[in-house]
Design a protein around this ligand. Structure first.
Ligand code: ADP
Ligand code: ASP
Ligand code: MG
Length: 405
């Protein structure tokens, strides 16, 4: 008998009919003899709807109360699914995060799981029940409700799988696997049979929101066998696994797009030690995360300094930067919200030279101007004007032959 953790995302439980379809899928898996823990998201659009209500009253909403509010979305779905299962004669029991005791730290809206007490869940499984757990939520040591950040139900599922030592964690969504790029942007994108934890982590971090980043970190750390599949059709999906389990590493596995960044440039700062820390220190103090950084020294003894932040923190970061650069007598502070980050990811990059130049040549042929570049062992990212976002993704997808089998 296998123990499987299944997770169903918002679209997969978006209506009563979809919840019935999920119940049917669970019935089939049980028929095959598997023990099942099922993690569900809120019905599609619900988390955004609740967020809208809160923001209409107070923007940004107080973090603790926001978590009390957002966690209700998942509470609705666990009850509905447990009811749908019982309607089919399947013994099922629902649990909120607090009822399981998914203990998190106190960081409202972006809490991290600290430990999971799975004793009750194990007892229910042993008694032959399907256990339905609310994704995206936990409870801190003081009993406050917390949430794990957008897309956090993926992380609940993988963490439950790790805690229960499940045989597999299956993420059911509205695509039938992880694709070479977002199939909504490039219809020729191809489903990957397998992808390494490392590549998936980069892809998730660089904009492929099919899995929450934390869920991939957890899977990799605890060796959870993780599979992404469709709840709308049958198929093998994509297995996220170690490099040893992949026969032939692809040169490039995927292209990602991140529309969530903005760029800030400080021009004409004095070129001397400490400049980077003077500019970025106050940004870090304000808890703003910086992604890409570029500094150029000019011949005239001045330097230009550019960095990117998340778009929703742009206004705050720009204001801080304007204050610091006034003290430093920088020439200008400029900002640009209309940029995107496009990246290519692949473990094959480690053993092949010339990937970057091939990438830049392909973009130049489409007259796409590159504003910033950053690289790591298995990825290359560029920043371009937002208007080139989809063209850049399509160009790189075709340059590296990702649509071909
Ligand atoms: P769920 O609600 O089930 O959690 P999400 O919307 O979070 O679903 O994630 C699924 C979506 O991720 C897909 O509909 C797809 O548009 C998007 N996506 C982005 N990049 C990729 C990729 N490389 N492969 C598959 N899907 C991707
Ligand atoms: N409902 C939450 C969200 O929309 C969590 C999730 O779906 O994973 O972000
Ligand atoms: Mg998701």
């Amino acid at each position: 008998m296998s123990l499987i953790v299944q997770k169903y995302g918002g679209t997969s439980v978006g209506t009563v009919e979809r919840i019935q379809a999920v119940a049917l899928r669970i019935e089939r898996a049980r028929g095959a003899g598997d023990q099942l823990v099922v993690v569900v998201s809120a019905m599609s659009g619900e988390t955004d709807r609740l967020l809208g209500l809160a923001r209409a009253l107070h923007n940004p909403p107080p973090a603790r109360e926001l978590d009390v509010l957002l966690s209700t979305g998942e509470q609705v779905t666990i009850a509905l699914l447990a009811i749908a299962l019982q309607a089919r004669g399947i013994p099922a029991v629902s649990y909120t995060g607090a009822q399981v005791k998914i203990l998190t730290d106190e960081a409202y809206n972006k809490a991290r799981i600290v430990s999971i007490d799975s004793a009750n869940v194990s007892a229910d499984l042993a008694a032959g029940k399907v256990v339905v757990i609310a994704g995206f939520q936990g409870v801190d040591a003081k009993g406050n409700i917390t949430t794990l950040g957008r897309g956090g139900s993926d992380t609940t599922a993988v963490a439950m799988a790790a805690a229960l030592k499940a045989d597999e964690c299956q993420i059911y969504t509205d695509v039938d696997g992880v694709y070479t790029t977002d199939p909504r942007i490039v219809p020729e994108a191809r489903r990957l049979d397998r992808v390494t934890y490392e590549e998936m982590l980069e892809m998730a971090s660089l904009g492929a929101k099919v899995l929450q980043i934390r869920s991939v970190e957890f899977a990799s750390k605890y060796h959870v066998s993780l599979r992404v599949l469709s709840s709308f059709s049958d198929g093998p999906g994509t297995l996220i696994t170690t490099e040893d389990n992949i026969m032939e590493a692809a040169l490039i596995s995927g292209v990602t797009l991140n529309r969530d960044e903005a760029k800030i440039t400080v021009l004409g700062v004095p070129d001397r030690p400490g400049v980077a820390s003077t500019i970025l220190g106050p940004i870090a103090d304000a808890n703003i995360e910086v992604d890409m950084i570029v500094q150029n020294s000019g011949a005239d003894g001045s330097a230009d300094f550019t960095f990117t932040v998340q778009r929703n923190e742009y206004d705050k970061a720009l204001a801080i930067c304007q204050a610091t650069s006034a003290q430093m007598q920088a020439r200008v502070v400029a900002g640009d919200k209309k940029i995107v980050k496009v990246s290519i990811v692949g473990v094959g990059m480690r053993s092949h030279a010339g990937i970057a130049s091939r990438m830049f040549r392909a973009l130049a042929a489409e007259t796409i101007n590159i504003q910033m570049i950053s690289t790591s062992e298995i990825k290359i990212s560029i920043v371009v004007d937002e208007k080139y976002a989809e063209l850049a993704v399509r160009t790189l997808h075709s340059e590296f032959g990702l649509a071909e089998e």
